[in-house]
Design a protein around this ligand. Structure first.
Ligand SMILES: Cc1cc2nc3c(=O)[nH]c(=O)nc-3n(C[C@H](O)[C@H](O)[C@H](O)COP(=O)(O)O)c2cc1C
Length: 199
């Protein structure tokens, strides 16, 4: 009987030790999770948007993923006027210009997944989004493009993105045809002309 009792004590002691080890492991997992949740989201949704189509998708992704939103802006604001914008975009594209950004993501290392919102300009990914890819090191991260266009498709935008992020894990893009400014502007012009007020 005695050896059995001794064994039982040992087993009980071992059991207690095992339990406290398991409890400590659980505690450290809880602490690690707490640390992660106070550290903020690990997903970033970066996007450019002139008329709101791409922004709408960006905000929905951010809400669904608990991600941080970052609006890509050129240091020198783009023109308000549509025709001026088309000219400037064409000039940037032709000359391969990369406009400097108004701001970059200072804690970019903290993110492991980046959703990138790109409107199509001149059948490609607009220059300021290329500037974003040039100034942030995406290697080792997962990149998910989402692209809006006005009906002429994605052009060479996916190839342009791939070319800028050789070290990233590039996932399939979401894309959507959205309203184009020029269609709205044309309807307004027609309406003004019909009313005899347009030029
Ligand atoms: C300067 C400029 C150039 C554009 N070029 C194209 C184009 O080549 N092909 C196309 O399908 N849509 C083109 N669009 C339409 C936009 O891609 C489309 O409206 C997009 O959804 C705009 O996104 P945003 O509202 O987030 O700015 C162009 C728009 C602008 C302002």
């Amino acid at each position: 009987m005695k050896p059995t009792t001794t064994l039982s004590r040992r087993q009980a002691l071992k059991g207690t030790l095992g339990l406290s080890l398991a409890a400590r492991e659980v505690a450290s997992v809880i602490e690690a999770r707490a640390a992660t949740s106070t550290a903020g989201p690990s997903t970033l949704v970066a996007y450019f948007s002139r008329t709101g189509n791409t922004r709408l998708i960006a905000t929905q992704i951010a809400r669904a993923c608990g991600a941080r939103l970052f609006r890509i802006e050129p240091r020198e604001a783009y023109p308000e006027d549509y025709e001026e914008q088309v000219e400037q975009a064409e000039d940037e594209r032709r000359r391969g210009l990369l406009p400097p950004l108004q701001a970059s993501v200072s804690d970019f290392d903290a993110f492991d997944t980046v959703y990138l919102g790109i409107p199509i300009w001149g059948t490609t990914a607009l220059s300021v989004v290329r500037s974003f890819l040039r100034t942030h090191d995406i290697s080792g991260k997962t990149l998910v493009p989402f692209i809006t266009h006005g009906g002429y498709g994605l052009g060479n935008s996916l190839a342009v993105v791939a070319e800028h992020v050789p070290g990233a894990r590039l996932l399939d893009a979401f894309s959507k045809q959205c309203d184009q400014e020029f269609q709205t502007l044309r309807e307004v012009t027609e309406w003004l002309q019909a009313a005899g007020t347009g030029r």
